[in-house]
Design a protein around this ligand. Sequence first.
Ligand code: ADP
Ligand code: MG
Length: 566
Amino acid sequence: MKTSTELRELLNRIDHRGYPAYKDTRDAWQFDGYLLSIDHVQGDPFAAPSKVSVHVPGKLAGFPTELYDEKHKRIALQDFLIRQFSRQVQGFTFKAKGSGKSGLLSVSHCGQEILERTACEIDKNGMVIVRMEIGFPANGRTINARELIKILFEFLPGCVKKSLYYRALDAKAVQKNKELSEDQQFIRRELTRLKLAAFVANGSILPRESGISDRPMKNAVPFTSPDSMEVTLELPYHGNLTGMGIKQGITLIVGGGYHGKSTLLKALELGVYNHIAGDGREYVITDDSAMKIRAEDGRSIKQVDISMFINNLPNRKDTVHFCTEDASGSTSQAANVVEAMETGANLLLIDEDTSATNFMIRDELMQRVVHRKSEPITPFIDRVQELSNNHKISTILVAGSSGSYFHKADHIIQMDHYLPKDITDFAKKEAADFPLPEEPVSPATEPSYARTVKSDNSFRKNDRIKIKTQGKDSILINRDAIDLRYVEQLTDTEQLGTLGQLMKYAQLHLFNNQRTLGESAEELWKILEQKGISAICEGSYVPGGFAMPRKQEIYACLNRYRALKL
Ligand code: ADP
Ligand code: MG
């Protein structure tokens, strides 16, 4: 093992030389208390910064095993450490001067959700690995090694010492972080046992500060469950926690405009992830297979069996293997439902605001005027009970303007000045006076998911495959864009990075003219779960900057990848 002294000597030697001489620093260097691995050196001061990782052996890091011996605890601790480390590093970034990215120091920026990330990894022996980027300093294109020495020998050791060793951290805060993760995991398990689709604790703060900030709104009205829906859970650490239990089945959320319906639904959508303490949604827990369903005009659809919703199109287009490069509101929403079923989702989340009306309902007058025989669409309202009863897929639906779903819902909540009221009995009584016209609908056949993906010869192992992400909006693979703007449960740009790697991996290793799209998604998920994100990143080192998506979003990404050959 080379020592830090040798690194210092090397840096002194290459000072003032041309930038490529920095390449010699690529190696692992033993510092006091940790290993510094320079994994990749940037080609010039303006290129993407160099990749560096810090490895603290378990014995020295000193985290008690019970802080990371289960997956949810490990992820919570990793998340905690990234946030600590990031806070330290922020104080130092760009303190070193120079051209281009000289002196940039960065680690993953974590939002309100707790995600598994390659930025920090704790292995079974308690070794802590943190991956970061450092812009190696230069003047023009001349190495400024003294500035890098400052970063690596003065700044970084301080950051590491203050944030990656158990003894340097606030033990109480670490413990609290672990306890929250255990409580959240407990609620997730309770959902299944109690046959709940979601749980929203009393006192939760659901609205966000603004359209561009995910922080909790100040002075918001705290959530309070209606008495009839109250459930009290006995959390291992927090103790008794009371809140609204949304039962499996069909739940309708109604209420006047601006009374907080969409805000509740949004919180449920993101309740598939755990949230950090202080977020306001740390005890909003949704069945983690839940999928938001919306209209998505313009998306591409590849051989999806949407026949349970759409049949007999005027152009005789096949709806069992439905394909389009430019879906309508209703066909896109139908495909979104069927694709959600394919992922094994137990819960659909739908907001009328972002739905295609003709997909959701057909009102009485329209039924009288336009006979069913001339209408290709069997609206969602005619399938929602079948999904719940036969497929065990629950629906939580926000509807502000149409009362038709009163007849179908098991539970009806009215949001009134941001507070939920259980109006099931009242609404059902009123609905009885407005019966839905009888239009018998025969049950649908189970959609077929058999669609194999062909291998694509333009992807070859040794070719450079370019992957770029644009925020949470899209992934570019070579020249093909995958539009993910309306996959609303993607919550972090780093998840798109991982999805990009997964698509590449699937192109190179999975698509073989035999595997179906679903089997490919399941295979990708299996690799991620068993081996971690690093298993799908090819190359000599594991890069930071990738976060774990859900299985549902892997399917969603494959389904929107226009260049896939089916
Ligand atoms: P709806 O879907 O019923 O029309 P929204 O959920 O969009 O209503 O909420 C309308 C506004 O009220 C939003 O600006 C939201 O941030 C705010 N809001 C939602 N819930 C609360 C709350 N509990 N306390 C304060 N403001 C809230
Ligand atoms: Mg709304």
